[in-house]
Design a protein around this ligand. Structure first.
Ligand code: HEC
Ligand code: HEC
Ligand code: HEC
Ligand code: HEC
Ligand code: HEC
Length: 345
């Protein structure tokens, strides 16, 4: 606990000053090398689109405004205030067991095999910048160790590519409440050793200025880093990328094969449900047969797993696929994928 208090004391040097004067142009994300298109998430109106309204109050936003804006729109920034979390929390008797991951003290330098300790203050910032970057001495850990008037920076390989897996895994490995510890799949399948990383799929690569010079207000020269706007299944176009779809002709009709491309099982929350509605069509576009393939907590798709749906009909030329997603935040399922796939000859 004394370490934790030290980390908080080290923070008093930062004054919460949101600089409205300078607004960075939005960085242009690129597709990464492994075939994933990682772009600024576009959330559905059904989703928690507002983000954390107080993101500018995070002291780091004074010099890292664009990063703070990105973080502010994620569930990390909402991890405490999120209604879905608060509703669930209300029904829990030992509430303290829920606090550590949803409003943590800094994790850097702590034993990542243990659950994070709860933060006694500023809980409304959820999983904040400090949780991931600050050590007990109040130093900021990052990929470069670049000099900064805001803090002492420490170069740390835990902020370069696969180096950060351990940080993400520490909170995402545990199954608790409605949460399935999907990062355990990543560990069990040794995906780190296969060159995969959490940030590789969830934080888009960007090249841009990472901070402003707080004396002149000028952006510092661009560097290559990653967006803090997490790639999320709340964005239909990212969710759709979780699945590779393939078709095949069979003796009696056709089949659709759905393969999980994510770095872990799908889904990771108990009450999420993905339904693939498949229609077999003939050359004139007439529906010949329909079927449904469900991915849910019970019928989950493990890492790399495929599932098939066979439809029986004569003269099938195409399969039409429409997939919907239902989650605790939604009033009704939403469509995340619509595609027509031609059968190979
Ligand atoms: C969930 C953990 C997490 C949170 C929360 C988080 N970061 Fe990061 N941050 C990372 C990781 C991991 C990297 C390294 C990404 C990479 O591989 O380049 C990083 C990189 C950075 C960098 C270096 C530039 C870059 O893009 O690589 C800066 C600056 C930074 N973060 C600032 C912030 C600020 C400011 C906040 C709060 C608004 C914040 N971070 C919140 C995990 C986090
Ligand atoms: C070990 C860390 C950890 C602890 C402790 C923890 N959570 Fe979570 N919680 C998470 C993570 C990580 C997620 C995000 C899971 C995901 O999206 O795959 C999450 C997400 C949630 C969500 C889902 C919100 C949504 O968007 O649908 C709810 C609800 C929730 N937690 C409730 C609880 C409750 C209740 C407790 C205490 C019994 C608790 N959590 C304790 C890590 C934790
Ligand atoms: C007074 C301005 C200022 C404040 C406040 C500030 N930073 Fe920085 N930060 C910088 C500058 C400048 C750099 C260097 C950027 C560069 O060289 O591209 C930097 C770099 C970083 C890096 C990269 C470190 C590395 O490895 O080089 C991280 C991570 C980071 N800041 C996180 C934070 C966090 C978290 C906070 C809030 C607790 C914060 N910063 C507050 C100005 C600031
Ligand atoms: C301190 C614990 C903690 C750490 C460390 C952490 N997460 Fe999370 N993460 C959470 C919690 C809690 C939630 C869900 C909050 C909720 O739904 O209320 C979450 C949500 C997410 C989501 C869903 C985001 C959204 O906006 O829909 C993604 C993706 C994610 N985390 C990836 C990562 C990655 C990648 C890392 C490592 C860079 C990481 N997390 C590190 C606790 C953590
Ligand atoms: C190969 C790409 C890939 C890798 C590697 C990967 N993910 Fe994911 N992740 C995805 C995709 C795609 C989804 C959307 C599918 C879904 O909704 O479950 C997703 C979903 C999630 C979610 C939301 C799950 C839910 O049900 O709410 C969290 C949280 C998450 N990932 C965290 C992580 C963490 C932590 C790691 C590293 C241990 C990681 N991911 C590694 C691609 C990846």
């Amino acid at each position: 606990m004394s370490r934790a208090i030290g980390a908080l004391a080290g923070l008093s040097a930062f004054v919460a000053l949101a600089s409205a004067a300078w607004l960075a142009p939005r960085a242009t994300p690129r597709a990464d090398e492994a075939g994933w298109t990682l772009a600024e998430p576009v959330l559905l109106p059904e989703e928690r689109t507002q983000g954390n309204a107080r993101w500018r109050e995070v002291s780091c936003a004074q010099c890292h405004e664009e990063i703070a804006r990105e973080w502010g729109a994620t569930l990390h920034a909402l991890a405490w205030e999120d209604e879905v979390f608060q509703d669930e929390l209300a029904s829990i008797r030992r509430k303290k067991s829920c606090h550590g991951c949803h409003a943590p003290l800094p994790l850097v330098g702590t034993d990542l095999a243990q659950r994070p300790e709860e933060r006694p203050m500023w809980r409304h910032f959820g999983v904040d910048c400090r949780a991931c970057h600050l050590d007990a001495e109040g130093r900021v850990h990052g990929p470069w160790g670049a000099p900064s008037p805001g803090h002492t920076s420490v170069q740390d390989d835990a902020y370069a590519g696969a180096g950060s897996n351990a940080l993400c895994i520490s909170c995402h490995r545990v199954s608790i409440g409605p949460v399935l510890g999907i990062a355990q799949d990543f560990v069990d399948e040794q995906l780190g050793a296969r060159g995969l990383s959490c940030v590789g799929c969830h934080m888009a690569p960007v090249e841009r200025s990472m901070a402003v010079d707080d004396r002149t207000g000028e952006p510092l020269p661009a560097r290559a880093g990653r967006s803090h706007a997490l790639q999320t299944p709340r964005d239909p176009s990212f969710l759709a990328q979780a699945f590779a779809l393939a078709t095949e002709r069979t003796a009696t009709g056709a089949l659709l094969r759905v393969t999980n491309r994510a770095g872990h099982r799908v889904p990771g929350i108990e009450d999420r449900r993905l339904v693939f509605e498949v229609t077999a069509l003939d050359a004139a576009g007439k529906a010949l047969a329909t079927g449904e393939l469900v991915v849910s907590r019970r019928e989950y798709l493990a890492w790399g797993e495929s599932r098939e749906l066979a439809l029986e009909a004569k003269g099938v030329t195409d399969l039409r696929v429409r997939a919907t997603h239902d989650a605790p935040a939604y009033a009704r399922p939403v469509v995340f994928l619509e595609r027509e796939l031609e059968l190979a000859e």
